[in-house]
Design a protein around this ligand. Sequence first.
Ligand SMILES: [Ca+2]
Ligand SMILES: [Ca+2]
Ligand SMILES: [Ca+2]
Ligand SMILES: [Ca+2]
Ligand SMILES: [Zn+2]
Ligand SMILES: [Zn+2]
Length: 385
Amino acid sequence: MGRRTDPGDLKWSIDPDDCPVPPRRFRDALVRAMNRWQDTGVARFVEVAPPREPDLVFSWHGREHAGCRFIAWDGGVAHAAGQGQTLAVIHFNKDTDWNRRSLFCVALHELGHILGLGHSPVPEALMYGGYDESHAALTEHDLAGLHTIYGGGEGAPSDLAIVHFDKEGKPKHAAPALRRVLHESHRFTVLDADGDGNDDVLVWRGDRKIGPMMRYAFMANARIDKSSGPLVGITHTDRDTWISEAESAGPILVDVLDDGRYIATGFNEKGLPAEPLQKGPLALSNGLADRDGDGVLEQRTPLPPRTAEGQEIVGRVDVDGDGHKDRLVVSATDRGSMRMRWLLTGGDPNGGNAGATITARHISIGDLDGDGRPEGVIHGLVKTR
Ligand SMILES: [Ca+2]
Ligand SMILES: [Ca+2]
Ligand SMILES: [Ca+2]
Ligand SMILES: [Ca+2]
Ligand SMILES: [Zn+2]
Ligand SMILES: [Zn+2]
């Protein structure tokens, strides 16, 4: 939902007006909840009193009150507002029956919103939508979200690494990895889903189960800015779903039936699949094609990257910063992974000295932060040389 610039120094205070519980009990619950987040090593909370200005104020309100544009409303018990702004607030509903446990659980959950987490689709996660007193601890799902925003945490096979490239074309970590987002049978791609000029990362199910899609959008230095989703019902039990780009039509989601018939859907300005497209010739950059436009794909699964001399997928970006555009060549390995290498041209558009070679389970290239230089999104890095 956004990133705080100050997670390591969050100054907080309590507005005691209308507090319906003993103020000491309220404060204790808040401190215990803040301590849980502080234990992650990412956030640190410091209580302040006037004249020092807080970044976060806890206060009490009736169910309806004006002037509050909250970011998350949790069952009428509380909400967080102002996330990403100078002053964030957590408003507790003074007309709810509170006890020690509910104060703690609600504070713990709302603090997650303040730190930038949205609602999780995972029922056991603290940040699962909807308030429930059984959610009294940070789970691995909540931590994965926190570490995706601020860095840290342990690497896992389901991470997507975000890299940029050094002067030899070797990948270097550019930003925190997207932690634990690519589970077995998930697919991902990098493209500009909403047309704002920055590429996004899309993740969806690839195993013919009804499943959600997530979209991750990025800011300067390829750090995650916001995620959208889960968008449910993007994939279907009877179809195979791919997302790729057509030269003139931009990003397209294609649902393919076993006989090759398909539905192609374009994306809207919010980066979501919108209206089905008219039948017509289709050729996507991943190889899917209905060249005669009869509504049946001649090529219904993506082509593996060509071997031999390889397939140039992103030509014409200057990786090593010498002012000359370089060539990216990808090929499939015989072990089902991808190999990617840079040819640093030094000005000769057809030549090029071999830069680094990267082998990974899957690599997708784009410009996540719109600075004109490519980032790589890498799943399952095998080796670099
Ligand atoms: Ca975008
Ligand atoms: Ca056809
Ligand atoms: Ca160059
Ligand atoms: Ca970039
Ligand atoms: Zn409010
Ligand atoms: Zn919530």
